[in-house]
Design a protein around this ligand. Structure first.
Ligand code: SAH
Length: 529
């Protein structure tokens, strides 16, 4: 939108400026020209012009320069770059050099930077018309870009490509929570653009490391690119992840497809604010029958956001049916874990199927992902989950697909011991527990838990049998997981080979340099003797 300057219109007065009638600044010998800066949109706008009574206007976030001010005092800091005899009436506003109320020239960005630093984001007065006879006050809404200055350590982190900048590395913020901000280094260089959170420990989620602002067009292009990539994968399922947050350069945004329906999660203030735009983009690109927000993860609490599940567009039925590797599942998008299914395990389920045979034990079965895909190839299948709802789903899904599964409610730790006592044996065992180490403090206990179930499973396995063992704890990395599985094999007194080393599916890619995006490990092991 063109500014008032650009339109060369007479300044308009806006109601936040109080006018003192009958005042004549020139009669008082005052000689003041004022530009008031306000953060609104990124443009220059004259919002008021009037005979001056500076005292009347000096309140709140406005302040006037003393009438004795020599030259254009607020631009004083830029004097090094300007001719010293510049007319006092000139001022630099939003990269434009203004004379009176007319913009006459562009101003190079470095000068604007000095200008911005001087003003520190608050509305203020930047000009004094020393020589003017027709004294007026010019109120100009200049929209200052929301800006966050980071520390040197934060700068290093940005340079390393990590998209998260922690609160401790924020030096100052002139922005409100949820805004897209310009990120600046301690020396004033633009480090990039980011989503800003005024609550979370992750204060900034970088959108780009270039100087160009990341606006809606860029976000739309990223969504389109993420979708095109998933289409190129030729996934053998109607449910998969379309947008995987940081790894699609859309930090804290998840979009999963369940047939004709989409489920979205906005896990930061910035993404939450962008949701209406994201929903309209998804409608535009994919024409889903409905879009559900599963905005109930705890991460939202850390952002000061409400936890809620709501339909954002179209209709979303209580249950939707999707297929994966030829198996049909009924999915409850509103109440199911994650966004309904554990989509990240899809490829591991079909990889594991290549080894499935004989007697199958699926531990931590949820609604039967591994049990059903592998169970088709096995003589007998037993599945355990501690959640009764999940077990009901396994039974329903098993019936629907004609796969025989003995789905039982039980705590895997107890059940494995029970099976060992009764000397049961299996040819294929799956261990797909929830994240035991949700934070660093839990690592020691988590290691013990993983080791315990792997040890028991190895003991229950027939020689030549396959163990599919998984960990989705980011805090236990691949090497640590391999180490504890090895320790379990030593304790079980059995040699074990690693047949496949896998991770989350290709629709959940890992962003290099961001270990947090490599969370799911899946080893397919063979017990040799
Ligand atoms: N394998 C599943 C996903 C498993 S998610 C799939 O491919 O879809 C982990 C599951 O473990 C959840 O369903 C949870 O209810 C269950 N669970 C958590 N702790 C458990 C325990 N101690 N014993 C049995 N099940 C447990």
């Amino acid at each position: 939108m063109p500014s008032a300057f650009e339109r060369r219109v007479q300044p308009q007065r806006e109601n936040f400026v109080r006018e003192t009638e009958g005042d004549d600044a020139s009669a008082h010998g005052e000689d003041v020209g004022v530009i008031v800066l306000a953060r609104k949109a990124r443009r220059v706008e004259v919002v008021a012009e009037r005979g001056a009574d500076t005292g009347d206007l000096v309140r709140g976030d406005l302040f006037a320069l003393p009438r004795t001010a020599e030259h254009d005092a607020a631009i004083g800091g830029t004097r090094g770059h300007c001719a010293a005899d510049r007319e006092a009436d000139r001022r630099i506003v939003d990269r434009r050099l203004a004379v009176g109320a007319v913009i006459v020239d562009g101003v190079a960005e470095p000068r604007e930077r000095v200008f911005q630093m001087l003003l520190e984001g608050k509305a203020g007065v930047v000009g004094a018309n020393r020589n003017s006879h027709s004294v007026r006050l010019y109120y100009v809404g200049l929209v200052m870009t929301p800006t966050v200055v980071i520390s040197a350590r934060g700068e290093d982190r940005v340079q390393s490509g990590h998209p998260w900048i922690y609160r401790a590395d924020v030096a100052s913020a002139r922005a409100s929570g949820g805004e897209i901000v310009e990120v600046r280094t301690p020396r004033g260089r633009v480090a990039g653009w980011a989503l800003y959170s005024d609550r979370s420990q992750i204060a900034l989620r970088m959108l780009s490391q270039r100087e160009a602002p990341t606006g809606e067009a860029a976000i739309r292009a990223r969504i389109a690119s993420a979708i095109a990539f998933r289409e190129s994968l030729k996934i053998d399922a109607t449910a998969y992840r379309l947008v995987h947050g940081e790894a699609d350069l859309l930090p804290s945004l998840i979009v999963d497809r369940y047939g004709d329906h989409l489920v979205v999660q906005a896990l930061s203030q910035g993404m939450d604010r962008l949701l209406p735009f994201i929903v309209s983009t998804l409608n535009d690109l994919l024409h889903p029958k409905g879009i559900l927000a599963r905005n109930d993860p705890r991460a939202r609490v850390l952002e000061g956001l409400e936890q809620r599940v709501e339909v954002l567009s179209g209709d979303v039925p209580e249950s939707v049916t999707v297929t994966e590797s030829g198996i049909e599942y009924d999915v409850d998008l509103r109440r199911g874990q994650k966004t309904g299914l554990f989509l990240d395990q899809r490829e591991n389920r079909s990889a594991a199927a290549q080894y499935a045979r004989g007697r199958l034990l699926d531990c931590f079965s949820y609604n039967g992902g591994f049990a059903l895909v592998l169970g088709r190839l096995c003589r007998e299948t037993i599945a355990f989950d501690v959640s009764e709802d999940a077990v009901v789903r396994v039974r329903q899904n098993a019936q629907r697909n004609g796969v025989a599964v003995d789905a039982r409610v039980g705590n895997v730790f107890d059940e494995l011991r029970g099976l060992e006592r009764t000397r049961e044996r299996f040819d294929t065992i799956v261990l797909d527990p929830p994240a035991f180490a949700k934070n660093k403090a839990a690592i020691t206990n988590a290691r013990a838990g993983y080791k315990e179930i792997n040890l028991r499973a190895l003991k229950l396995l027939n020689p030549g049998g396959t163990l599919v063992t998984c960990s989705c704890s980011y805090h236990i990395n691949e090497a640590a997981f391999a180490e504890l599985v090895y320790e379990a094999s030593v304790d079980a007194n059995t040699p074990v080979t690693v047949v496949e080393k896998r991770m989350q599916g290709r629709d959940h890619p890992v962003l290099l340099g961001v270990p947090e995006t490599y969370y799911l490990k899946c080893f397919i092991l063979r017990k040799l003797a």
